[in-house]
Ligand binder design. Structure first.
Ligand SMILES: Cc1ncc(C[n+]2csc(CCO)c2C)c(N)n1
Length: 216
């Protein structure tokens, strides 16, 4: 069985818990309160900058030049393309200031950056995979089950449920599988651990937006 298939099995229950989260359910039916989405968008745009830097570092550390190019493109995607979505939402929802980084975002971004800096590159690749894969799965799930018209969060849904994004996710999965095949058992186990850890941090990122968790 491929590493990604084994790893996904380990986060299956966490993924189900994500689908059941009020944030995700209310985003899907359009009833998510505006202030919760504003919190999420502001924190997410901070997240994307850090995430983009972590991806660029993975690109620089990749053994294979094709992988390097893929991660540098992912980094560009995070910083340029994804941020465009945020900026249009900032305008629509009247967010003028991103504000300070809050605990869930801080925890997640620092986990990604320290993993990219300190761990073998394969482990860092595994740490960034839930970001792609969980968003794709959540995006597809919402997209397929859609019953609401005029959902204020439609653009978000279209971004992650769309075809274009699917190619990046497939690429990231393939790279991780090849990296896992070539890695030692110890490194492979650390890849799985990083993958599980990041999937919990995805959960907490949404949870913090729903409950409005800040430092004080
Ligand atoms: C907390 C959080 N996790 C994942 C994503 C999704 N995402 C961000 S950048 C990127 C790939 C860019 O090439 C993807 C899929 C998000 N927006 N926020």
């Amino acid at each position: 069985m491929k590493w990604t298939e084994q790893a996904w099995k380990k986060i299956e229950s966490n993924y189900s818990a994500i689908l059941d989260m009020p944030f995700v359910q209310e985003l899907a039916n359009g009833t998510l309160p505006k202030n919760k989405f504003q919190f999420y968008m502001a924190q997410d745009s901070i997240y994307l900058e850090h995430f983009g830097r972590a991806l660029a570092l993975i690109g620089a550390k990749s053994h294979d030049i094709g992988d390097a190019l893929a991660y540098l493109r992912f980094a560009e995607g995070a910083i340029v393309v994804e941020n465009a979505l945020h900026e249009s939402y900032f305008q629509d929802f009247g967010v003028t200031d991103k504000g300070k980084i809050q605990p869930a975002c801080h925890h997640y971004t620092h986990f990604l950056k320290s993993t990219a800096a300190m761990e073998p590159v394969e482990v860092a690749m595994a740490a960034t995979l839930p970001c792609f894969w969980i968003y794709k799965k959540v995006g597809d799930h919402i997209y397929k089950g859609q019953q609401t018209f005029n959902n204020p969060y439609q653009r978000w849904i279209d971004t992650y449920g769309g075809e274009e994004f699917s190619d990046s996710v497939q690429r990231a999965i393939m790279i991780c599988d090849l990296a896992a095949e070539r890695a030692t058992p110890v490194t492979r186990a650390r890849m799985t651990e990083a993958f599980i850890h990041a999937s919990h941090l995805e959960y907490h990122f949404w949870d913090a937006a729903y409950t409005g968790r800040t430092w004080s």
